[in-house]
Write a protein that binds this ligand. Structure first.
Ligand code: KIV
Ligand code: NA
Length: 265
């Protein structure tokens, strides 16, 4: 495989090739996602919800993110591995943001970090990039700010927030980000943003006018089943298939059918 780099992603935008991105938090899943040829693997702080069962992304720690990321990195041969900076690991000041990013790069072997926010974290982004660490931005619905927003509904529907988001996107590009994630904003706005910057814009619930798409893997394969936003396309229904497999296994044990003569020594 030829490895995907931050440069490959910018080239994809230039050539009009859409970027594919999925999450992974562990070795086994990352191996499958990478083997399928997905361009970018995000070790998202959504691990806080999906892996640990928390209601929000706030509780996951930097140490836990590094554990997830190092497991993913060991599996990946081709994809670019981007690791979320978790809540509390960068907001205090730019030095803390850099220190956390350095820990992620050294201790996990990830290739880039992702950080939520715009203008308010500009200095932190510059400092991280100055150290040679590629940064992906994240605007729109930024789940680490859920207690400020109050709900997980669509962001930037009002002109004022939309204008601020457009400014933030330009600012992230100027600060040196190699890409931006836009989460849950109107498709028209996302398309405008993608056209206004030369770096790739990757959407989740941001329509088809952007340069690539990202989904949470466990959602798109239907392992989770209680989360049903409009933007989520389910490619499998693993919740039902796995439930059925576990039930059959139990039945086979109870009936004495498992293990059979060929399944023992
Ligand atoms: O943590 C995550 O999974 C994310 C994506 C939804 C973009 O940030
Ligand atoms: Na995230």
């Amino acid at each position: 495989y030829k490895r995907i780099t931050v440069k490959s992603l910018v080239d994809m935008k230039t050539n009009g090739e859409k970027i594919s991105m999925l999450t992974a938090y562990d070795y086994t899943m990352a191996k499958i996602v990478d083997g399928a040829g997905i361009d970018v693997i995000l070790v998202g702080d959504s691990a806080s919800n999906v892996m640990a069962g928390h209601e929000t992304t706030l509780p996951i720690t930097l140490d836990q993110m590094i554990y997830h990321a190092s497991s993913v990195v060991r599996a990946v041969e081709r994809a670019l591995v981007v690791v979320d900076l978790p809540f509390g690991s960068y907001q205090s000041d730019p030095k803390e943001a850099l220190r956390s990013s350095i820990r992620i790069m050294k201790e996990s072997g990830g290739h880039a970090v992702k950080i939520e926010g715009g203008k308010e974290i500009k200095e932190s982004i510059k400092r991280i990039i100055n150290a040679g660490i590629p940064v992906m931005g994240h605007l729109g619905l930024t789940p680490q700010s859920i207690y400020k927003f109050g709900t997980y509904t669509v962001r930037a529907k009002e002109d004022e927030e939309a204008e601020r988001l457009k400014e933030d996107a330009l600012l992230l590009e100027k600060a040196g980000c190699f890409a931006i994630v836009l989460e849950k904003i109107p498709a028209k706005l996302a398309k405008e943003v993608a056209e206004s910057v030369s770096i790739p814009v990757i959407g989740i619930g941001a329509g088809n006018g952007v340069d690539g798409q990202v989904l949470v893997t466990h959602d798109m394969i239907g392992m989770t089943h209680e989360f049903n936003p409009r933007f989520l396309r389910r490619y499998m229904n693993l919740y039902e298939e796995m439930t059925s497999a576990f039930q059959h296994y139990k039945e086979d044990i109870k009936s004495g059918d498992f293990p059979n003569d060929t399944e023992q020594y």
